[in-house]
Design a protein around this ligand. Sequence first.
Ligand SMILES: N[C@@H](CCC(=O)N[C@@H](CSCO)C(=O)NCC(=O)O)C(=O)O
Ligand SMILES: [Zn+2]
Ligand SMILES: [Zn+2]
Length: 191
Amino acid sequence: MAPSLHPLIDKGITPGSSSFSGGKLHCRCASDQVEVTLKSNVAHNHACGCSKCWKPKGALFSVVGVVPRDALFVTANASKLFIVDKDATIQRNACKDCGVHLFGRIEKDHPFNGLDFVHVELSEEKGWQEPQFAGFVSSIIEQGSHPNQMDAVRDKFKAVGLQTYDVLSPALMDLISSFTAQKSGIRFANL
Ligand SMILES: N[C@@H](CCC(=O)N[C@@H](CSCO)C(=O)NCC(=O)O)C(=O)O
Ligand SMILES: [Zn+2]
Ligand SMILES: [Zn+2]
């Protein structure tokens, strides 16, 4: 059987709702679940093949999107959260019992500071923005996928209508480069 890209992608993508305005995420513990309340839909939701983002068992990719950090509240069992890697740019807060990542936060000066990374599959609600693209696709090789599988993986994404990139989407890459340009004092020419 072909490996799963992600359960939200394998059988085709279900569009989200533009009027959806948030919901709750829960970890996968049988009891005393960590609960996170989001007062916003996600944006830039995407499949991520990097080794750091949380993936469900058997999936090659994570699905991760962003919300403004002031729209995110830990509303139950916050004491079960720990930061997976304090040195990473994205400080991923995971449940110490089930391992699920509830949210990733950036504390340093960074183009995505102010945005928290979350996984909408941890929610029962429907209407979350659907995945928009696949990023960090080649990174799955670093976790053991064979290079000769990559055409099949990219074809599968294309079959469900998702563009593939080996870093992030052009919109996000432009945002990162604009931040860098601004830091170095670049003044853009008026074209
Ligand atoms: N090949 C590496 C890539 C890791 C990486 O740079 N991940 C990105 C994307 S995460 C969600 O889009 C990133 O921004 N990481 C910052 C961080 O994780 O703190 C690998 O696979 O590990
Ligand atoms: Zn848990
Ligand atoms: Zn990632």
